[in-house]
Design a binder for this molecule. Sequence first.
Ligand code: XMP
Length: 514
Amino acid sequence: MWHRDWVAILDLGSQYTHLIARRIRELGVYSEIVDFRITPSELRERNPKAIILSGGPASLTLRTAPVCDRDIFNLGIPVLGICYGAQLMAKLLGGEVERAKAHEYGKAILRVKSKRTLFKGLNSQEVVWMSHADKITKLPEGFSVISSTDNSLYAGIENRKKKLYGVQFHPEVVHTPKGEKILENFVVGISGCKKSWTMSSFIKTKIKEIRGAVGKERVLCALSGGVDSSVLAVLLHKAIRKQLICIFIDNGLLRKGERETVVRRFKNYYRMNLKVVRAEDLFLKNLKGVIDPEKKRKIIGNLFIKVFEKEAKKLGKIKFLAQGTLYPDVIESKSAWGGPSSTIKTHHNVGGLPEKLGFKLIEPFKFLFKDEVRALGRELGLPEEVVFRHPFPGPGLAVRVIGEVDKEKLDILREADAILIEEIKKAKFYEKLWQSFCVFLPVKSVGVMGDERTYENVIAIRAVESQDAMTASWAHLPYELLEKISNRIINEVKGVNRVVYDISSKPPSTIEWE
Ligand code: XMP
């Protein structure tokens, strides 16, 4: 653990665990999610200033329920149990938990009885978010009630002397308006954490750490031009300069001007050691005749690794590979429940280079959320257009040309897409959207241009709003904007005579068409 004041969050399986971590970091305090089976001695060694027990879907009335070590409560470190975490704390310390007759789900009014500790600065009544079936029916010794709701007598409990706290509701979700204040009271007020987790402190520590790990060796980085790999490359460049070698593979499935922009930005401006590989022909050759989207993905993913491997070999023995792995990936793969981050779906845009390549991995973002990587990029001086770029799928335009892919279709799609993005940005909609792009449809339709009948291609526009890509709603773009985009695409892109707007939401549709 490289940050002195930090909060350990024991993951008991809640889908909100990552939210607890984020809320605490938003306060300026570093937090990390750990396995609930962590031992008291490990905790003592890693020395968090506060411990939070997350919620979880299990019931303590079942034998399979996850249980942490009871001695965690004797470490002298303040503990806050949330929902299941609070029930677990109560039970382990001698209280009782029972199955309630009815689930309590949704908003509830919390009546605050004591405003001295956890609820400092709150009103006597506050809205909170509940989601539980079991409840505490008897308090352990030394505990008292500091808040209740109609359904939960023990909605807030404390053992002030031992600094142990429990809440039945979820302070980490937005539906608990004063949730952040409650977490701040616990983390800063009760536990004494300093608000020192900033991106500039992160950069300093990481640079030192990277230099220490790498020594005089070289580091390889697959640069795609997306947010994560761009920020990663700039951070590494700052740390190790010429020891960093970036490889950019143009697979012919990228957006208009992508390769040129990457070269301008990273080679000319940052003066990075950038190797550009032009592999359009190879990718397109392999995609010939392929219609099935999953087949396309497989072919592109495998080819990427092959090309990367070949290029890497040319460079001689390189020990390290840098990857932009984000925290949600780590939580997902480590969770005992497979659940905590199940609402987050992340994609490795470079397809996850296999371990068999024999590199040692450098993953500086392993503990960062996406918005923290964006903040880091800003702090490192990357332009907004990089930092706030929409996500772009690894298989690129191959999954946006429906059916068989070829260069002609890709070129048409690139031109149309560039117009769409330009107009969306001009109208100041880009930041409001999760994604916006064009799709090339495998149909031709009749049109009329001047006096002539045309028989040409159809472009679909997709623009969605979303938080995490798990669900998405089609964006209600103004008609005037749609009209402008459609006019420009039809007039300026040869081979297109019709533009349609996709008005489907996810679910049941997906964001991409393939
Ligand atoms: P769907 O189409 O499943 O997309 O609603 C959800 C999000 O994932 C992106 N996406 C991909 N990203 N490789 C990627 O790196 C892929 O194969 C892939 N397929 C979809 C999509 O752009 C959206 O952000």
